[in-house]
Design a protein around this ligand. Structure first.
Ligand code: SAH
Ligand code: SF4
Ligand code: F3S
Length: 450
């Protein structure tokens, strides 16, 4: 007998926030493909709409409500009886509140329960003669979702593929919602990761990006102590038939010398380190509960450069954290000048419900935050420009990922994660080519294939 779930249906899924959400969205698509859902590009063709959301800053979270407003307006085809689901970190953080604010939502769940999607959909299935049912599923499950994930990685072909190896966070920085939305820190078992890496390689991955909120805290323990470190895991992956390995995001506290050495010793591990410092002021770092000083951070960067002289450093910054004075902000500019970033993200501090920093006195005026953000971003932009300019006339390896805009245009990435555009035949996609850089821009390079 056909269950309601086996009918052919259309799925529209949209991902917000970090790459871990992108990874989760890919897994949701895989789970649902097994239940006869096919992806569509337009929400008005969908039987199921999933918004996979981000709660990191207020703007990110509020975006979801505007999107829900838009969805309400577009003609949700009543014959289809389209179901709307809010997944991800806003789902986890706001739960029932979402349905109250936006009654078009039928289902709310978080990053830790999406493996239960088939059962959840079955529960909200519209049945003749019964009222529509809504469901909020944000209880933290006992079982680890990775052990339960059913779909395989066969259908999502990607030259550069994401692979979550670590989830959750125990660090509780005073500004951050992640420990509340993603739960406690867990590391996936090495065997599971290696199997998944092999699956990705089998369908054409040339690069694997290992993901985690604190990816370098990954370790496999045998109950008493560590029996595999993150650097060892990378080494094992490098023995597979893969060209490039990256990892993101690392925490300075977990940056071991062994991992820095791995950048020297493992050729496939790319010379790029995303290591957010957040602030250059020791007072603010303490208030943020980051557990390192600005000098300790600088020492890590220096050491990483000793092992791998050309390693590109990237980072994240928050300006306008409560109590941040002009001097504290100057200290942030100083650390940026000292480190010289290849690239960095920076944000205005956004008070988040339930986090300790939101309750602190001396919240900073929006205007000051905006001024500081602009000053910092101007400095970072100049550094990125200088970094990119240093590649002019150089010959570098580029992994071609996809077609670019225009006829016979290609787009790829350098080892340092810069976008590189060039002319060339689509048959180069998936290849690593040698390219000469003939022009540099703020955010990309232009090359010719040699
Ligand atoms: N685990 C990573 C960061 C994950 S969140 C780390 O510890 O570095 C990504 C970035 O969002 C953070 O690095 C921080 O710069 C920013 N962020 C997090 N919470 C924020 C908040 N409340 N306001 C503004 N930016 C925030
Ligand atoms: Fe958030 Fe801090 Fe954990 Fe990063 S380390 S996810 S900033 S709590
Ligand atoms: Fe956002 Fe959740 Fe990622 S809050 S940044 S989607 S972990």
């Amino acid at each position: 007998m056909q269950t309601p779930q086996d009918k052919k249906r259309n799925l529209f899924i949209k991902s917000y926030g970090c790459q871990m959400n992108e990874y989760d969205s890919e897994r949701m698509v895989e789970i649902l493909e097994k239940h006869n859902y096919s992806s569509v590009d337009e929400p008005n063709q969908a039987d199921l709409i999933i918004l996979n959301t981000c709660h990191i800053r207020e703007k990110a979270a509020e975006k979801i409500y505007s999107e829900l407003g838009r969805l309400k307006k577009i003609n949700l085809n009543s014959e289809r009886n389209t179901k709307v689901a809010v997944a991800g970190c806003v789902g986890q953080a706001e739960g029932q509140e979402i349905i109250k604010r936006s009654p078009i939502v039928d289902l709310v769940f978080g990053p830790l329960t999406y493996h239960q999607l088939p059962e959840m959909l079955d529960e909200i299935e519209t049945r003749p003669g019964q009222p529509n049912k809504k469901l909020v599923n944000i209880d933290i499950p006992e079982e680890d979702k990775f052990l339960q994930l059913k779909g395989s990685r066969k259908n999502l072909k990607s030259i550069s593929s994401l692979l979550s190896v670590q989830e959750g966070c125990d660090k509780f920085c005073s500004f951050c919602v992640v420990p509340y939305t993603r739960g406690v820190e867990i590391s996936r078992p090495a065997k599971q990761i290696l199997n998944e890496a092999q699956e990705l390689i089998d369908i054409g991955a040339k690069e694997i990006i290992l993901l985690g909120q604190n990816v370098n805290a990954w370790s496999q323990s045998n109950g008493k102590d560590t029996d595999m470190t993150f650097a060892q895991l990378i080494n094992e992956i490098s023995e597979l038939n893969i060209e490039r390995i990256r990892y993101i995001t690392s925490h300075p506290r977990d940056m071991t010398e062994e991992l820095m050495r791995a950048h020297r010793d493992i050729e496939k591990l790319q010379p790029y380190l995303h290591l957010p410092v957040q602030s250059g002021s020791d007072k603010i770092l303490k208030e943020m509960n980051r557990n390192y000083s600005s000098q300790e951070y600088i020492d890590i960067i220096d050491k990483a450069r000793e092992y791998k002289q050309d390693i590109a450093i990237s980072g994240d910054f928050i300006v306008g954290f409560p109590g941040e004075t002009d001097d504290d902000f100057e200290a942030t500019l100083d650390i940026v000048k000292r480190v010289k970033y290849a690239h960095a993200y920076s944000f205005k501090y956004s008070p988040r419900p339930g986090t300790p920093a939101a309750l602190k006195d001396h919240q900073i005026d929006e205007e000051i935050k905006s001024e500081r953000l602009k000053t910092l971003q101007d400095l970072i932009r100049q550094q990125t420009r200088d970094f990119n300019s240093s590649f002019l006339e150089k010959e570098i390896n580029v992994l071609i990922e996809k077609q670019g805009l225009g006829v016979n245009r290609l787009t790829g990435r350098s080892s340092y994660l810069q976008s590189v555009h060039m002319d060339g035949d689509p048959s180069f996609i998936g290849e690593i080519v040698k390219a000469k850089i003939i022009k540099t821009r703020d955010n990309s390079l232009e090359g010719i294939i040699l």
